[in-house]
Design a protein around this ligand. Structure first.
Ligand code: C2E
Ligand code: CA
Ligand code: CA
Ligand code: CA
Length: 279
């Protein structure tokens, strides 16, 4: 009936309005978020699957919005990338994460790496390498405890420049990993030309372990090829014991996911942190 149709239309526009309002609020309020110190970092453990020991922590940014509450990075990173503001947020993230890792070490925690996500926009910025160098100096963190994560998408940009950039970064003494592996278009042989230390298998494959034969096959293929190329492998998004058992059987080096811990504020992690991975 006519009435039914009208109601439907009303509901539809209300939903659309809500979405638009949310987006506009975010775009507007992002401008003052840094200044108001509304960004926070949460940290998620990366566990050695052989020993159960903590091998690293990944820093993940959140926006603590005064009215909306915690806003996930997927909702605001793309906007900051578009405006270029990701460069200054990225610097804050790196500084805060390195300083936090130094604090953990000074407090006597067994040392582990801090992993920091780097946007392609940041990597392309001419001041990126001096910025990383100065952050290491001011925080006093030894570069061997820092790992930068970049996604596969950067590999299709200017190859020569990228190679140079990665070489210079490695000369600082830090390590590099390739994030969300398997979701882009590059092959592992292509990766070999760059000096990555680690490959992180995207969680979409891990979540298909034992339920989807393609995901299971892709996972074990990435692990064995990466090992042949002398890279370590981290599985992202491990949520249950079946996934963990399979990854251990396939000799995956490290794992991260809700099975071990959700990302948490620094003060909620107690050390030494280790998990029983025996089964
Ligand atoms: P990512 O780098 O792939 O980070 C892993 C994401 O998976 C995180 O989402 C984490 O909370 C989530 N995760 C971890 N374990 C599990 C699990 O067992 N199950 C499920 N379903 N999810 C899990 P988050 O924190 O929402 O971050 C999303 C993305 O935002 C990150 O993906 C990264 O690409 C980006 N991001 C986060 N922090 C930063 C940052 O400081 N700088 C930049 N440039 N990007 C960031
Ligand atoms: Ca990451
Ligand atoms: Ca990832
Ligand atoms: Ca991701």
């Amino acid at each position: 009936t006519k009435k039914y149709g009208r109601n439907n239309y009303t509901i539809y526009t209300e939903e659309l309005d809500q979405k638009t309002t949310y987006k506009l609020t975010i775009e507007q309020d992002l401008k003052s978020a840094s200044q108001n110190q509304e960004f926070v970092l949460h940290y998620q453990p990366i566990t050695n699957l052989k020993t159960g020991e903590l091998s690293a922590m990944e820093a993940l940014v959140r926006w603590n919005h005064p009215e909306l509450g915690i806003v996930p990075p997927d909702h605001f990173i793309p906007i900051l990338e578009e405006s270029g503001q990701i460069v200054s947020l990225g610097k804050w993230v790196l500084e805060t994460a390195c300083a936090q890792n130094k604090t953990w070490q000074d407090e006597g925690a067994p040392p582990f790496k801090i992993c920091v996500n780097i946007s392609p926009i940041q990597l392309q910025h001419p001041n990126f390498i001096p910025m990383v160098k100065s952050v290491l100096e001011t925080t006093g963190l030894d570069a061997k405890w820092l790992e930068l994560e970049v996604t596969e998408s950067i590999l299709i940009e200017d190859m020569k420049r990228l190679k140079e950039c990665l070489t210079n970064l490695k000369e600082l003494g830090l390590s590099m990993s390739i994030d969300d592996f398997g979701t882009g278009y590059t092959s592992l042989s292509y990766l070999q030309q760059f000096s990555f230390d680690r490959v992180k298998i995207d969680r979409s494959f891990i979540q298909g372990i034992n339920t989807d034969s393609n995901s299971t096959a892709i996972t074990s293929t990435i692990i064995s090829l990466a090992h042949k190329l002398k890279m370590e492998v981290v599985a992202e998004g491990i949520e249950d014991e079946t996934q963990l058992a399979y990854l251990q059987e396939e000799n995956c080096d490290e794992g991260q996911g809700y099975y071990f811990s959700r990302p948490l504020p620094a003060e909620l992690h107690a050390f030494p942190l280790s998990h029983n991975t025996a089964n």
